[in-house]
Design a protein around this ligand. Structure first.
Ligand SMILES: [Zn+2]
Length: 402
C-alpha cells in the first residue's frame, strides 16, 4: 500500500509491521462540545476505510482516538451553557458514538479522555523541564522551540506562516512572556471557574498539544505507525506534539503522518464560528447512512471539497443500484467478476483512492444488472461494499401491504 506522508511530502510505501504485530494508529479525536459535523465524519471515515483495507490485508490494527475533554474550546462552551464541562463532554461523546456507529465506523481499541491522563502530562512536562526544553513564567509553562531545531519540519511552513497560523489556532505568538513567538503552552493557570490540577509548575491545566503526546505514547508507545487528523491539525497541533514527544522520548515519535482535507459548505470551510455546519445526525435521519458514506467516498481524503445538499441523493441512487445488484440471482454463464475486486483493492492501495474504488463498485453493479457477470458476482459485490464499510440490505424492501 502507498500513502501520502505529510512529513515526506510525497506518496510513499506504507510499511506497517507484519502480522501478528499490531499496526498502531493514533487519530486525534473530538472536543466534545457540539455535535459531529460532516467535516469530522469525512476525517474519521477516511481512517476507517484505511483500517478496513489493512484488516483485509491480514493486519491487526490498534486504533487509539482520544477525547479532548478539557481545552480552550470546551470550557467556554460549558460556561455559556451553565453546565459542568465533564457533563457536557459526556453527553456530546454519547452523541458522537451514535453518529459514528450509524456511519458503520470501526470503534477504537481505546478512547482515552484527556482529564484521565493529567498526572502523565505533568510527568512529561517534568522530563521536558529537566531536558532544558521548557520554562515557566508567572505560572504558565512553555515549550522553548529554540531548543528543537527540527521544529517546523512536519508542516514545512515558513516562520511567518507559522506565526499567523499559531495566532489563528489557539497559540499566543504575541505574549511578551514567551522567549520565542512560536513557543507553545504546556501548562497554564485555570480561570476561577475552570478545572485545576496541582503541579510542580503551579496549579492549572494542561495545554492542548501535550494531551495528545501523552495519550498516544501512553497507549501505543513511541514509534507509532501512523498518526492522523484533519489537515488543520498539521500546524500547530501536530508540529508541537512531534517536537515535545521527540524531545522527551529521544526517539522517533511517528513513522507516517496522514492528514485529511477540509469540507466546505455554502462556500467556506465548515466551522462552528461561521455556523455553516451539516450535522451527521440530521443527514442520517433523512438518508441511509450507507448513502452518506458513499457520498463522502466521491472525494479523495487529501482534497478539500464542498458539500452540496443534493450529494446524498446521487449517493442514494447508487446505493439502490448496489442493493439491487447484490440481490440479483444468476445467470450462471457471465464473466468472472474477480478483476473488479482486484481493481477496487488496487485503488485503495493507491493512496486510499476512494473515488476510484467507488467507481469500481458502480461499474460492477451495472455489469451485474446487465447480466454480464457470472452468479458469484452479487456475493462478491456485497463483500467489496463491506470492505468499504457500505452495509447493503440483504433482503428487498417488503412489498406494500395493499
Ligand atoms: Zn490531538
Amino acid at each position: 500500500m502507498r500513502l501520502y506522508d505529510t512529513a515526506r511530502r510525497s506518496v510513499v510505501p506504507f510499511e506497517p509491521p507484519a502480522p501478528p504485530t499490531e499496526v498502531r494508529i493514533y487519530v486525534c479525536g473530538i472536543t466534545p462540545y457540539d455535535s459531529t459535523h460532516l467535516g469530522h465524519a469525512n476525517t474519521y471515515l477516511a481512517y476507517d476505510l484505511l483500517i478496513r483495507r489493512l484488516e483485509d490485508l491480514g493486519h491487526q490494527v490498534r486504533l487509539v482516538r482520544n477525547i479532548t475533554d478539557v481545552d480552550d474550546s470546551i470550557l467556554p462552551k460549558a460556561r455559556e451553557l451553565g453546565v459542568d464541562f465533564l457533563e457536557l463532554a459526556a453527553a456530546e461523546t454519547v452523541r458522537f458514538h451514535c453518529d459514528m456507529e450509524a456511519l458503520n465506523t470501526r470503534p477504537p481499541a481505546a478512547e482515552p479522555k484527556a482529564t484521565e491522563w493529567v498526572a502523565e502530562m505533568i510527568a512529561l512536562i517534568e522530563v521536558l523541564m529537566s531536558g532544558g526544553h521548557a520554562y515557566t513564567v508567572e505560572d504558565t509553562t512553555w515549550f522553548d522551540v529554540s531548543t528543537w531545531p527540527a521544529y517546523g519540519r512536519l508542516g514545512g511552513y515558513d516562520t511567518a506562516a507559522m506565526r499567523t497560523l499559531a495566532a489563528e489556532r489557539g497559540g499566543t505568538p504575541d505574549d511578551p512572556r514567551q522567549r520565542n513567538p512560536l513557543d507553545f503552552v504546556l501548562w497554564q493557570p485555570s480561570a476561577p471557574d475552570e478545572p485545576t490540577w496541582d503541579s510542580p509548575f503551579g496549579p492549572g491545566r494542561p495545554g492542548w498539544h501535550i494531551e495528545c503526546s501523552v495519550m498516544s505514547m501512553g497507549l501505543l508507545g513511541a514509534g507509532i505507525d501512523l498518526h492522523g487528523g484533519g489537515s488543520d491539525l498539521i500546524f500547530p497541533h501536530h508540529e508541537c506534539e512531534l517536537a515535545q514527544s521527540e524531545a522527551a522520548a529521544n526517539r522517533q515519535f511517528v513513522k507516517h503522518w496522514m492528514h485529511c482535507g477540509m469540507v466546505a459548505y455554502e462556500g467556506t470551510k465548515m466551522s462552528k464560528s461561521l455556523g455553516n455546519l451539516v450535522f451527521v445526525s440530521d443527514l442520517c435521519k433523512e438518508s441511509d447512512p450507507a448513502a452518506v458514506r458513499l457520498a463522502l467516498m466521491r472525494h479523495h481524503y487529501r482534497h478539500d471539497w464542498e458539500w452540496h445538499d443534493g450529494d446524498v441523493d446521487e449517493a442514494e441512487a447508487l446505493l439502490d443500484s448496489l442493493n439491487e445488484a447484490a440481490r440479483r440471482k444468476g445467470p450462471a454463464g457471465g464473466a468472472d467478476p474477480a478483476p473488479f475486486a482486484q481493481r477496487l483493492r488496487d485503488a485503495l492501495d493507491d493512496d486510499l483512492d476512494a473515488p476510484r474504488a467507488r467507481a469500481v463498485l458502480a461499474e460492477m453493479a451495472d455489469a451485474v444488472l446487465a447480466g454480464r457477470l457470472d452468479d458469484s458476482a452479487p456475493g462478491l459485490l456485497a463483500e467489496l461494499c463491506a470492505l468499504c464499510g457500505i452495509s447493503l440490505e440483504p433482503d428487498p424492501p417488503s412489498p406494500d401491504p395493499q
